[in-house]
Design a protein around this ligand. Structure first.
Ligand SMILES: *Cc1c(COP(=O)(O)O)cnc(C)c1O
Length: 235
């Protein structure tokens, strides 16, 4: 039996220990419960266990589950690939932070929608730091040149970068991805664009969040360690 409450406690302990061991303040790091494929009742469970932020990666799935929840989270994050034809639907769900904007064109579309709604959306830019072709994310080499364009979008607030580490058993290979994300954020900061902040590095999942914390993660996204393996049903 999976005990979500115990899992939350042990992950929070691990976050704290890892942070302290590398000289960081554990309070700079937020745990995000990745609830994809798990029912609304489990989202309620994890909120009751003290995790304030949950994240989904599919608009359609979130549309079904969010209205079924009984608990109120502090924040709902979107971490999946965002197709431009799903932007309107996603915005109706009021995401607090979208981690996964990987194209200027998507950001521009989102900015238009937000302007019509009279609101500003917090986003992160997703970077493909591993170079794996299966992964979404902007090419790291393209980031600095598009930042001035993101900065022009007044209904979007860029708050940092997001990545998924390399699919590898080798710690050094994974660590390099996270180091690259941090270096990119430092470079963006030197551009000093108003409206583009680099306060968040969203990196680290169940199998690599300790490495991510050592490399400066502020948001870690954990699914399997909280809820067990995901079961995907064919539709
Ligand atoms: C599924 C997912 C996670 C969580 O992965 P686990 O290995 O289950 O912790 C984190 N980030 C993103 C973008 C995901 O899609």
């Amino acid at each position: 039996m999976i005990n979500i409450k115990d899992n939350v406690q042990s992950i929070l302990n691990e976050i704290k220990n890892t942070a302290l061991n590398c000289g960081r303040n554990p309070e700079e790091i937020r745990l995000i419960a990745v609830t994809k494929t798990h029912p609304a009742s489990q989202i309620d469970e994890v909120i009751k266990a003290g995790v304030g932020i949950f994240a989904e990666n599919k608009v359609q799935e979130a549309e079904i589950k969010l209205p079924e929840m009984k608990e109120k989270a502090d924040e709902f994050h979107f971490i999946g690939h965002l197709q431009s034809n799903k932007i309107n639907k996603l915005m109706r769900l009021n995401p607090d932070l979208i981690h996964s904007i990987d194209k200027l064109s998507t950001a521009q579309k989102l900015d238009e929608v937000c302007e019509k709604m009279g609101m500003t959306q917090r986003i992160l830019i997703e970077i493909n730091t591993s170079g794996e072709i299966s992964k979404n994310g902007m090419n790291p080499d393209d980031l600095l040149s598009v930042i001035p364009e993101f900065a022009k979008l007044t209904h979007i607030k860029v708050e940092g970068l997001m990545t998924i580490g390399a699919l590898s058993e080798d710690e050094t290979t994974i660590r390099k991805c996270f180091q690259l994300l941090r270096t990119l954020a430092e470079q963006v900061k030197t551009l000093k664009h108003e409206n583009v902040e680099m306060k968040h590095l969203s990196m680290g999942m169940s199998h690599d969040f300790q490495i991510a914390i050592e490399e400066g993660a502020t948001l870690i996204r954990v699914g399997t360690l909280l809820f067990g393996e995901r079961i995907y049903f064919k539709q």
